[in-house]
Design a binder for this molecule. Structure first.
Ligand code: HEC
Length: 324
């Protein structure tokens, strides 16, 4: 027994001094097997979190940008529809109604009126969509600019080159995107009705009075066509898509983490735990511990093979010493 004791003491000291690499294993032994799990999981979670932040930021921005493009596209289609309605009124309705204009003014012949009316019908089922020929000094009072519309018209009046203004605002029906184009008097024909009441058709003056819609000048920006479309649906869809994307990324990562943990347990931690238990038993003098076999040819299998050989050599050496 005395010899064995000395042998172990002699073996222990140089081993620790010779192989500083064993430190990692010693920490694992001290803190329990969980520490390897904790380290492994912490690093993986950290790497995932670091990757998730830019990925989430970029995909969210992309989705929001797409949603906005879609909203602007909606607004453009509405504007095009308004222009088409105006064109239809000028080309087809106006000539039909012109002969009756002297006896009775028919607003159906006015492009601004028909475009506004068409969209008023649309609003009956889609109240968030609006179209307005917002004018500073209008013939029909319903076309008068309200504060924020006046700002847009004045921006167009201040900058002749400005062809379009896009913006967002909160309305009673939710957030809306507006698209505005300037309304400019480019045709002398317009002035026959919009200069002074005595030049305008008598039937028009009779129907609308003399308060507004006069005094417009050639090349003057008198108002703006303003289309307003809701942003809630496309933005909501983008937010849902983002949440789904984020959720599935996290789910994929979580499954990978679970699989890696299971692998880590069966391939590394469990055999190492068994090996270390065996080493413990051998180190306390119990040389009858059964041999441990790890299948395969990976590092852990090689380690257990070496360990088994070391145990056999140790047993033999001790027997030789005892025999002396
Ligand atoms: C036959 C007379 C007549 C002519 C010509 C005419 N308008 Fe008008 N315009 C009107 C009347 C009447 C209204 C009001 C219609 C309504 O009830 O909405 C109106 C309304 C408008 C509006 C909506 C704002 C408002 O004043 O209520 C705009 C913008 C407009 N006209 C622009 C033009 C332009 C641009 C031209 C030339 C291309 C033109 N108009 C030619 C009679 C005319």
């Amino acid at each position: 027994m005395r010899i064995i004791f000395i042998f172990f003491e002699g073996e222990r000291v140089p081993r620790a001094a010779r192989e500083p690499k064993v430190t990692g294993g010693r920490i694992a032994e001290k803190g329990g097997t969980m520490s390897l799990f904790v380290k492994f999981n912490l690093i993986l979670i950290l790497v995932f979190a670091v990757a998730l932040v830019p990925a989430g930021y970029i995909s969210n921005r992309l989705l929001q940008k797409n949603a906005r493009t879609q909203i602007v596209q909606n607004a453009r289609i509405m504007m095009e529809t308004a222009m088409a309605t105006r064109g239809y009124t000028v080309k087809q309705i106006k000539p039909l109604l012109a002969p009756r204009l002297a006896e009775e003014f028919l607003p159906q012949s006015v492009p601004a009126y028909s475009a506004t009316e068409i969209f008023n019908y649309l609003r009956e089922t889609n109240p968030e969509y609006t179209y307005k020929e917002a004018t500073l000094n209008p013939t029909n009072p319903r076309d008068r600019t309200v504060d924020w519309e006046a700002d847009i018209v004045n921006a167009f009046r201040a900058n002749e080159k400005l062809g379009e203004i896009i913006g967002e605002r909160d309305t009673s029906l939710g957030r809306a995107l507006y698209l505005a184009h300037p309304l400019k008097i480019t045709d002398k024909g317009c002035l026959s009705c919009h200069t002074t009441p005595d030049v305008a058709p008598a039937s028009q003056v009779k129907a609308y009075g003399t308060n507004g819609g006069y005094g417009w000048k050639l090349n003057e920006t008198i108002g703006a066509q303003i289309v307003s479309v809701p942003t809630t649906v496309p933005i909501g869809l983008a937010n849902t898509a983002f949440k789904t994307l984020l959720g599935s990324l996290i789910a994929v990562f979580a499954s990978i983490l679970v699989v890696l943990n299971i692998l880590l347990w069966f391939v590394v931690i469990r055999p190492i735990k068994r090996l270390s238990r065996m080493a413990d038993q051998v180190s306390t003098g119990d040389l009858d511990v059964p041999e441990m076999t790890v299948k395969g040819s990976d590092e852990v299998a090689v380690l257990s093979g070496s360990f088994n050989r070391m145990r056999i050599s140790l047993t033999k050496a001790l027997k030789m010493l005892e025999g002396e």
